[in-house]
Every structure is written in C-alpha cells, then in structure tokens.
Design a protein. Structure first.
Length: 428
C-alpha cells in the first residue's frame, strides 16, 4: 500500500478532520512545490486559492457533518513560488464505527496545462466568433445546397436581414438555373477531390440587383455534405475593369469600335474567310469636305457630324457587321458573309441615308455627304491589309470623281498601292 501510495502519477494525501496533512506522496509535493517537511507545517486551507476556499470548505464541512462521504471539484492551489496550479480534486472519507470521520483521502490531478489549453481554445473561439461576426468577408456554411449559417457581412452583401438567409436554398442566388447547375457541377468536382474551389461568380441580391463575388470554398472534413465559403464583393472592381476594357476598345466620341478593335476583328475574320472560302467585304467611309466643315462651323460642329454619321452607320449595319472609327473622319465597316455585290448595295444605302442628314450646330444647320470605297477580301490576298488598301484606294477614287459616290475595287496594282500608302488614313 505504501508503494501504491508513493508511486501514483497523481498527488495523494491523507488529511485530518482539522485540515492538517497526515501523509502526502512525492507527486503532491512536486505539484505544490513544497518539501514534505514544509508542507506538513501548513494546512490545505492555507495553500488553497482564496476564490476556491469557500466552496471547498463548505463541501468539507458536509463530509464532517455526515451529509456526504465524498465530493469532487476543480480547485486551485498556491504553490510555494506563488504560482497557481489547477487540480482536479476528489475527496473521500473513512469513518469510525460511531460515524465520525477518522481521516480524509484526497486525490489531486494536475490539470494546469489542460486548463490553459482550454482557456486558449475558448479565447480563440471567442476571437473567431467575433471575427466571423464582424468580418468584411462574407462567410457561410452550406449543407446539401442549403445555407446553414451566414455571418452579418454575407447577409449585408446580399441585402438580407439578420437570420433571414439561414435555411434558404442556394439556387435563389443565381441569375438562372443554368448558372446554378454549372456552378454546382464545377464546385462538386473540386471539393470532392479535397481542393479549394475558387471562382468569380455573378449572383443576385434580394432586391434583384446583380453583384460579382469572388468565392473560395472548401469541404468540411467533419461533414462530407457540408462546405464553408468565403465571399468578397468585387462588383465595383469588375465594373471598373469592364469600363476600362470598353474604353480601350471604343472611340469615346462616337461610341463605335476603335481602330484597335477593328484590327483584331479583321485579323480573325481574314483567317476564317480564307480557311472556309467565305465572303467578306470592307467599306471605307470618309466625310466629304470635313476640313471645310470645321473651318466654317467650328470643331464642335465637326464632332456633331461625326456622331451623326456614326448613328446612321449603326442603324444600317447588321448585328454581324462591325462598324469602327478608323481615324479622324474616316470610318470602316466590316461586312461578314457579304460578297462584292451585297457590299456595294450596303454602301449605296449608307450614302443615300447620310445625304439626308441635317446637322444642327451653334453656327447653323448643314448637311454632309460621304465617299465610300468598297473592296472584298480576295483569295490571293496575303494579308488583311491588302483588302483595307483596296477599299481605301477606292474611297480615294470616289473623292477624285466628285465625292458623294461609291467606288468598288477588286484589284490593286503597284501604282494604286503607292497611291494608297500615300493617302492611307488621311481625310480627303
């Protein structure tokens, strides 16, 4: 019994009803930091933490009174170095035949590290809860495509009141069932593989407005059917990016495609038309006497003329055609799936419609006309610029022949090529 008492991994003590120590093991001395001789000069009450003393004494008095024979509690002791040790205390008594307490047996397990870790965990949980509740990033938990929980940031992001969003099916946040199914399929394959799913998605707010959200999702290891998602509203960034992209590809005055956009489009169309032997044609359109318009009516009137022409071109062009401002008063129309005859007909319609335009400026009203050069993309063309040069040269001929005319060109000899390079991109 002595060996059992001494070799326990927990502290053990036998105390008197007067709270004095009768016997203690080495482990208890180590826990409390006292040599055995010093510990015996103190009662257990003297080294009990003041905040725990009343509870312990009350239970001890109940044992002495015969109300109970044992009790357990978490209790703090003051060590010799004044540090605190947390202990899991179990107390039992041995009574005499008359019922009086003969001695008390106490077992003390050091739970200081466990309590510290528990406090750290509780502190971390409090911090995590506060972070989730106050986070600018929307956080939500989904199980089987139903929202189980969402933080206030997510509710605010989507325009819902507190708690309103919980229990909703996620399909209600998508612009269409197709986008919902496509997202679900893509997310499932990634999450099922144990990876993080990242994507920029267009969603619907409660008020029906669309927002763009960067989402990051991961499956929960504790629940295969559940996933946790972090969402950041990037609507303004997406809109700004789209606006900048549009600005880089659009002429700000006429709101038509700019020269860069036209160049990219004709490069693609040139390859396609050559590969599939399909018809493609170009119209080069230039306002007649544009310099005189600026000189007589002012540059503001010149801008009004450019805008009026742009509106007319857009109203006549088909959805498959591309209208672009090529530079200055020069415009270009890329006609896809159109042969030379159809391109000439389109050019004549444009010429006639422009001749009916009346531009109202601060200096009075005036009309405008255009000269149009038409050229198809030919099989023998080596580059798309060959067709552009032909259309430009044909437009130059229309100018020389009196303006307000449509001239078609299917051939470009060396003399014409030199002339086109000299006048390419210049208003005439």
């Amino acid at each position: 019994m002595r060996l059992f008492f001494e070799r326990q991994i927990v502290g053990m003590a036998i105390t008197s009803p007067q709270k004095g120590w009768l016997k203690v093991n080495d482990r208890l001395c180590q826990m409390l930091g006292y040599p055995r001789e010093e510990l015996f000069r103190l009662s257990w009450a003297e080294i009990t933490h003041p905040d725990d003393l009343a509870t312990d004494v009350a239970q001890f008095e109940r044992v002495l009174a015969g109300e109970i024979d044992e009790y357990s509690m978490e209790k703090r002791f003051i060590r010799k170095d004044h540090s605190v040790v947390d202990a899991d205390l179990s107390v039992g008594c041995v009574r005499r035949p008359d019922g009086a307490v003969d001695y008390i047996l106490a077992l003390l397990a050091d739970i200081t590290d466990r309590k510290l870790n528990q406090q750290r965990l509780e502190h971390a949980l409090v911090e995590q809860k506060a972070m989730l509740e106050n986070e600018l990033v929307g956080i939500l938990k989904i199980t089987n495509r139903v929202i189980i929980w969402a933080n206030p940031a997510f509710e605010k992001m989507f325009g819902y009141a507190s708690g309103e969003i919980e229990g909703m099916r996620t399909i209600g946040f998508y612009p269409s069932e197709e986008s919902y199914l496509a997202f679900g399929k893509a997310a499932y394959s990634v999450l099922n593989a144990g990876d993080i799913f990242r994507r920029q998605i267009e969603y619907l707010r409660k008020d029906g407005q669309t927002i763009w959200v960067d989402v990051n999702g991961s499956a929960l290891s504790t629940d295969p059917a559940a996933s946790l998602w972090a969402c950041v509203d990037v609507t303004e960034r997406v809109r700004s990016t789209k606006a900048l992209t549009e600005l880089a590809r659009t002429d700000p005055l006429t709101e038509l495609a700019n020269r860069r956009t036209f160049t990219e489009a004709i490069e693609v169309e040139f390859i396609r038309s050559k590969r599939f032997a399909s018809d493609t044609a170009l119209l080069m359109i230039d306002i007649d006497h544009f310099k005189e318009i600026n000189d007589r009516h002012g540059h503001e009137a010149g801008d009004l003329a450019l805008v009026a022409l742009a509106k007319t071109l857009k109203s006549i062009a088909r959805a498959t055609d591309l209208v672009a401002r090529y530079g200055g008063e020069e415009f270009v129309l890329l006609l896809i799936g159109t042969d030379l005859s159809g391109a000439v007909d389109m050019a004549e319609r444009i010429r006639e419609a422009v001749a009916q335009i009346e531009v109202t400026s601060s200096s009075g009203e005036f009309g405008i006309t255009v000269s149009i050069g038409v050229a198809p993309v030919l099989n023998e063309d080596e580059e798309w610029s060959d067709a552009v040069r032909r259309s430009d040269r044909a437009m130059y001929r229309a100018k020389n022949l009196g303006r307000n005319k449509v001239i078609a060109s299917t051939k470009l000899d060396r003399e014409d090529l030199v002339g086109a390079e000299n006048h390419f991109g210049q208003g005439i």
